[in-house]
Design a protein around this ligand. Structure first.
Ligand code: S3P
Length: 179
């Protein structure tokens, strides 16, 4: 990849959106290295600010408090430059978040089938919204959000059965074409 004087391939932020288990964090870290961009993970920042794990925030403070934190962090990240911004799966639930992210970056939607999400996260206890959900439950939540992801996304990249470098290559290729 050819980098500019600032050492980065893209002169804008790359914002990763998509359902839980779509691989945003793994792809995000890999992409940031490959493209010479900073990396910000919204959930990690919320954990740093609150001193609590995401699952404890949901349990002790409730989802509305989490969503308010999420919105505040997204607003702050509007000032980030040349970064990969790795968002939690529910970021598209608020139009204000999407509008804010669109001002500074391109929104890349990483997709994954419900079965893939189930396989990737079945042993993970960090996702309060997936607790006790089987593939049908995941499919239901995914369907409820599908239109929001579609509407927000500038481009879409499938992750099912694909290795991380291949997904990253696909993102870079699509962004280069869209430039
Ligand atoms: C959520 C997704 C999670 C995290 C929180 C809520 C959601 O992030 O923000 O548990 O509403 O989809 P990941 O998408 O990184 O798992």
């Amino acid at each position: 990849m050819e980098k500019d004087k600032a050492g980065s391939v893209f002169p804008y932020n790359i914002v990763l959106i998509g359902f839980m288990g779509s691989g945003k964090s793994t792809v995000g870290r890999y992409l940031s290295e490959a493209a010479g961009l900073a990396y910000y993970n919204v959930d990690q920042i919320i954990e740093q600010y609150t001193g609590k794990k995401i699952r404890d925030i949901f349990l002790e403070e409730g989802e509305p408090y989490f969503r308010a934190c999420e919105e505040a962090i997204i607003a702050g990240l509007a000032y980030a430059r040349r970064a990969v911004i790795d968002c939690g799966g529910g970021v598209v639930l608020r139009n204000t978040n999407v509008a804010c992210l669109k001002q500074s970056g391109k929104l890349v939607w990483l997709t994954a089938e419900a079965g893939t999400v189930y396989e990737r996260l079945k042993d993970n206890t960090d996702r309060p919204l997936l607790r006790g959900k089987d593939i049908t439950g995941i499919q239901k939540l995914l369907s409820e959000r599908m239109a929001l992801y579609r509407e927000a996304a500038d481009l879409q990249v499938a992750t099912d059965g694909r290795d991380i470098p291949v997904i990253v290559q696909d993102i870079v290729k699509q962004l280069s074409i869209a430039r």
